[in-house]
Design a protein around this ligand. Structure first.
Ligand SMILES: Cc1ncc(COP(=O)(O)O)c(C=O)c1O
Length: 340
């Protein structure tokens, strides 16, 4: 029998009250792990596929990175926080950035006002209410563009009341990924990454990560993914040809763009849940579908590849959607490609 270790006479904390035994919540933003999607590449020799597990950020998505970078810069500039008492952060958001702002506001003590289409999922509405954010609902028919127009109007009318964070035009959005996400991917793959694939919403994730990866190795293929039509179910993403184009978006940066059908993303989300044990959000599943397409192409060409994509969030906020239990044609197409 192994002897139990002696019981401490007093807790270490009591012995040294200044010592801390955990981390600050906001220090957990970034440094997310890479998850290997090995079931998808089982029949693709020489090809490895990884997803960066962004739901492990404390606000539950990749947007913690951009939001915390934007907020930190605003606090440094005295536009928010103790130097600007009562001033509210204001932005348009389809959900995840709002959740990140709301978390930061609650943790750091500044008010948060969000403009958002009223058709966002019930899970998102409840999360934002729980953080105590103030929400201004916009017409769902106008999509995220309607929310942007309202935020711009309020910011112009009441500059003393609001700090307009403007995630679509704020360089601190993509810089979060330039300084964080890209270097993490480089280190986690020991510089072996050959392809980077990310979806386009504000485009901050793709812009910042691509700019830095290109500096580290110009040969890395950087591929953007966006919805294949203006009316789509890929929450958080923009169909650039028909949307208000984010000022931070540079369409010349990508080596290539993949247009993604919503049904393909649904099929991949279901497949990963049932065969990889991974429940991810719809835009994350769309990114994996694009990355899998690239993985198949590389294997067919006989090339080795280390492909990394971004899993923006988990399935938690999408579980009320019906597609999880409704078969579609893309399910059969995907199953055929992955048949043993
Ligand atoms: C679920 C989801 N996926 C993808 C994105 C796109 O990320 P980015 O704005 O960095 O392009 C967002 C952005 O809000 C999102 O909420």
């Amino acid at each position: 029998m192994i002897e139990a270790p002696p019981k401490p006479t007093a807790s270490p904390a009591a012995a040294n009250p200044a010592r801390s035994f955990g981390t600050a919540l906001l220090d957990r933003i970034g440094n997310t792990p890479l998850i290997q999607l090995d079931r998808l590449t089982a029949r693709l020799p020489g090809v490895q596929l990884y997803g960066k597990a962004e739901w492990l950020n404390p606000g539950g998505s990749v947007k913690d990175r951009a939001a915390s970078s934007i907020v930190a810069a605003a606090r440094r500039a005295g536009q928010l926080g103790p130097a600007a008492p009562g001033k509210s952060l204001l932005d348009a958001t389809s959900g995840n950035t709002g959740i990140a702002y709301a978390m930061l506001g609650a943790a750091q003590g500044f008010p948060v006002t969000l403009c958002m289409p009223s058709n966002v999922s019930v899970e998102r509405k409840r999360i934002l209410a729980a953080y105590g954010a103030n929400i201004l609902w916009t017409d769902p028919a106008e999509g995220s563009d309607g929310a942007i127009r309202l935020a711009r109007k309020l910011a112009a009318e009441q500059p003393d009341k609001f700090f307009y964070a403007d995630q679509y035009g704020n360089d601190n959005n993509w810089r979060a990924h330039y300084y964080g996400t890209a270097n993490e991917i480089w280190e986690q793959t020991a510089g072996q990454v050959t392809h980077f694939i990310a979806s386009l919403g504000t485009s901050g994730t793709f812009m910042g990560t691509t700019r830095r990866l290109r500096e580290l190795n110009p040969a890395i293929q950087c591929i953007s993914m966006q919805p294949d039509s203006p009316f789509h179910g890929l929450e958080g993403l923009k169909h650039m040809a028909t949307a208000i184009v984010p000022p931070i978006y540079d369409p010349t940066l990508a080596d290539r763009n993949i247009d993604m059908a919503t049904e393909r993303a649904y099929a991949m989300a279901k497949w990963l849940g049932r065969h990889q044990g991974l429940l991810i959000g719809v835009s994350a599943a769309a990114a994996v579908a694009a990355a899998f397409q690239v993985a198949e192409e590389e294997a067919a060409a006989g090339r080795e590849a280390v492909i990394v994509t971004i899993l923006c969030d988990s399935a938690d906020k999408y579980l009320s959607e019906h597609f999880w239990t409704e078969p579609n044609e893309a399910d059969a197409a995907l199953a055929a490609r992955l048949a043993p």
